[in-house]
Design a protein around this ligand. Structure first.
Ligand code: ATP
Ligand code: MG
Length: 462
């Protein structure tokens, strides 16, 4: 029916949970539009400016999400189709009438500045001259705080990609004040709003977009999803994840050097990953020096024949040291009795979690002390060092491409959507779908198998 399929046979969620796509329909992935595209794009990439040239994405081009299934289950295969991202040769907005707003919310992540820069460059290429940066997240959009906004242009964003953090600043909380936020957009005549942030930010963006529709405002709301944990559903990887793994590997090497240099040395590294252990798993594989990896998806116990203490013993006996990588959300059930924080939530309503790193450090020390065995523990928590890094080259490239695809989508009047990468194709994904469920490691996936092969730890440490 005029749809061009791109058939793929690669692993879709890289260790993620395939069950996430069950029961979904193609209509779930339909992207909302503000209206018909009737304006000729001002962009030109080559002498031929029609959609037969690869530089423009032909309307209706789809990417098959469940490509891997195709090769296995041809009989029952039902392709799930995502809209391909990219510039259209007909657009919705007249660039001279566009006023764009950009906001960054939530925790820091490598690449935020790259995304801001990418948005500004891409908008400028379309000829957009009014670009506003709201400061300190949604807080900077509320009149109560009188936080000035920043005018952005190519000169203002020059060089920012080499710095960690975000030039716009960020915040938690205030997202629930949807009406006030939309008042600000309306008052400032913003018709294109880019939200750079995590699940909370994008849930807020969806509410903002719905409120815009209720008021009949033609505002394109397009998100660039941020999650250093790489736990976004349907997307191959999130920006900043690779930089995080790069840096985390250095911490594992340090822990390993420390552990090797003493008798019964134990190096313990706590990494990010509140609900999904992708950083821990990838770091273990990339460093190839982790002996034990603990993630939220795979429960473990301390005692018992296959518990953590016994696994540490086995490592010490074989290698003379043990290097443990733990994701911050791992083993939360073990901490439940100790941690008051379980009942607390942060300003954005996120559940606070107990500090599994400190907990394990102390439990392991106590265990060895009770046996009167010598041991040296070196504990490293590099989380804030990692989050504040500037993006590495590959993440930088990824950020700028996500950003330009976000601009292309907004120029085409698409809204309530996020940009992402599926297989090797950039796609538009409805916010509602992307935030419905987090991606997490499937313990029966090849990713987790790889971790077990690399570390030598028992499949289940319970
Ligand atoms: P991360 O968790 O990776 O740091 P995040 O975007 O999830 O990023 P949050 O602090 O949870 O970070 O949320 C960012 C912003 O989004 C906050 O200003 C918060 O108030 C707002 N927000 C969170 N959840 C919602 C929601 N359900 N509806 C509206 N706004 C929300
Ligand atoms: Mg969040």
């Amino acid at each position: 029916g005029g749809i061009k399929y791109i058939l793929l046979r690669c692993d879709i969620l890289i260790g993620g949970d395939m069950a996430a796509i069950q029961g979904l329909e193609n209509s779930d992935f339909r992207i909302q539009k503000l209206g018909e595209c009737s304006i000729d794009t001002p962009l030109s990439y080559s002498e031929r400016n029609d959609d037969k040239v690869a530089n423009f994405t032909k309307s209706g081009t789809r990417v098959v999400l469940n490509g891997r299934l195709y090769s296995h289950e041809t009989e029952s295969f039902k392709p799930l189709l995502l809209e391909a991202a990219g510039p259209r040769n007909k657009i919705y907005f007249d660039p001279s009438k566009v006023k764009a707003g950009i906001v960054t919310c939530g925790g820091l992540c490598p690449g935020l500045n790259n995304v801001i820069k990418g948005l500004v460059h891409s908008l400028s290429r379309y000829g957009v001259q009014n670009i506003i940066g709201f400061q300190h997240g949604f807080m900077g959009m509320l009149p109560d705080f009188s936080i000035p906004f920043m005018e952005l242009n190519r000169s203002a964003v020059s060089g920012i990609h080499r710095e960690g953090g975000t030039i716009l600043g960020t915040s938690r909380g205030f997202g629930e004040r949807t009406e006030d936020i939309v008042d600000t957009l309306e008052k400032m005549n913003i018709n294109m709003f880019f939200t750079i942030g995590g699940d909370g930010t994008q849930k807020g963006a969806l509410r903002i977009s719905e409120e815009c529709q209720r008021r009949g405002l033609k505002i394109a709301v397009v998100g660039i999803p941020k999650t250093i944990d790489n736990d976004l559903s349907f997307v191959r990887k999130s920006f900043g994840f690779e930089t995080a793994v790069d840096k985390a590997v250095e911490s594992v090497y340090s822990a390993s050097v420390e552990a090797k240099s003493v008798v019964n040395g134990i190096g313990l590294v706590k990494l990010m990953g509140r609900e999904s252990g992708f950083i821990a798993a990838h770091t273990a594989l990339a460093s190839s020096e982790a002996d034990i990896v603990l993630v939220p998806e795979v429960p473990f116990s301390l005692e018992g024949k296959r518990g953590l203490f016994a696994t540490i013993d086995a490592c010490l006996a074989e290698l003379g040291r043990a290097v443990i990588v733990v994701a911050e959300g791992a083993g939360q059930d073990l901490l439940r009795h100790f941690e008051e924080r379980y009942r607390e939530v942060d300003a954005s309503g996120n559940k606070k979690i107990g500090d599994v790193g400190i907990y394990l450090r102390d439990q392991i020390i106590d265990h060895f002390r009770s046996l009167n065995r010598p041991m040296t523990m070196k504990y490293i928590d590099p989380s804030y060092i990692i989050r504040s890094q500037a993006a590495n080259p590959n993440d930088s490239l990824y950020c700028s491409r996500l950003a330009s695809n976000a601009v292309h989508a907004a120029m085409s009047g698409k809204t309530s959507m996020l940009t992402g990468l599926v297989h090797n194709y950039y796609v538009n994904i409805p916010i509602e779908m992307a935030v419905a469920k987090r991606n997490s490691i499937n313990p029966d996936s090849s990713l987790w198998r790889g971790v077990l092969e690399s570390t030598g730890q028992p499949p289940r440490m319970v």
